[in-house]
Design a protein around this ligand. Structure first.
Ligand code: ATP
Ligand code: MG
Length: 230
């Protein structure tokens, strides 16, 4: 099982191809120190989401290695890896159940107080309390009764409740209104406290806040540095 001591993530000369004739990542070397926040940017198709999929081990690298606190992902159980990494995807999938169920998904043992604390940190609690049925509100098929920003904040609350040492965020490319964007940025910043955060960034605010920005192009890192330096 993976034993997370600090949450350092190391990509060591990582190569990957979905198909042998078409290399996607051509030797990515990047170390994200424990507690550091890295923003991954680059054109569409450059391989950003692929890096996330490899970290979660949806696929194995075809060259090099990925290590968390020195442990090769291929040497740890899938369960322990998934416990260590919280993923906030562009489109959070909600279940046709209540808001409470959706926040507590994966943490069936969570108390009401823990659920409310996670919802507050994700800036969704006030919205939930404004609904006639509160946490018992049914979100509908695929969460259709909630807006995109509300769904994402439910997903953030779910991840907060899971409390993983490493976070992988894939930001939505779609435009949000400024208040929603600010709310989500606040909850993401709160969530990042004391964790290693890798964000596939589309928002300028995220990029400006990152400790390090990594620019990917055609499967290679072409630039790396702080917002000021780049
Ligand atoms: P975007 O900004 O549009 O989300 P990205 O940088 O996240 O782009 P990836 O999703 O990592 O890009 O894709 C990198 C390349 O790999 C693309 O050319 C894409 O077509 C290809 N690709 C992605 N997923 C698969 C797959 N399952 N099978 C084959 N090729 C894939
Ligand atoms: Mg992507």
């Amino acid at each position: 099982a993976l034993k997370v001591t600090g949450g350092e993530v190391c990509f060591d000369a990582v190569k990957f191809a979905y198909h042998p004739d078409r290399p996607i990542l051509k030797g990515i070397s990047l170390t994200v120190a424990a507690g550091q926040r890295v923003a991954l940017v680059g054109p569409s198709g450059s391989g950003k989401s692929t890096i996330g999929r490899l970290l979660f081990r949806f696929y194995d690298v075809t060259g090099g290695a990925i290590r968390i606190d020195g442990q090769d992902l291929r040497d740890v159980t899938q369960q322990s890896l998934h416990d260590a990494i919280g993923v906030v995807p562009q489109d959070t999938v909600l279940f046709n159940d209540t808001i409470r169920y959706n926040i507590a998904y994966g943490r069936a043992d969570a108390t009401e107080a823990e659920i409310v604390a996670a919802a507050k940190a994700a800036k969704i609690h006030d919205f939930v309390m404004s609904l006639p049925e509160g946490y018992d509100t049914a979100v509908g098929e695929r969460g259709l009764k909630l807006s995109g920003g509300e769904k994402q904040r439910v997903g953030i609350a779910r991840t907060l409740l899971k409390n993983p040492p490493i976070l992988l965020l894939d930001e939505a490319t779609s435009a949000l209104d400024t208040q929603t964007e600010r709310d989500i940025q606040d909850s993401l910043n709160a969530m990042g406290e004391g964790r290693t955060v890798i964000t596939i960034a589309h928002r300028l605010s995220t990029i400006a806040d990152a400790d390090c920005i990594v620019v990917l192009e055609k499967g290679e890192i072409v630039e790396e540095g702080t917002h000021e330096a780049l």
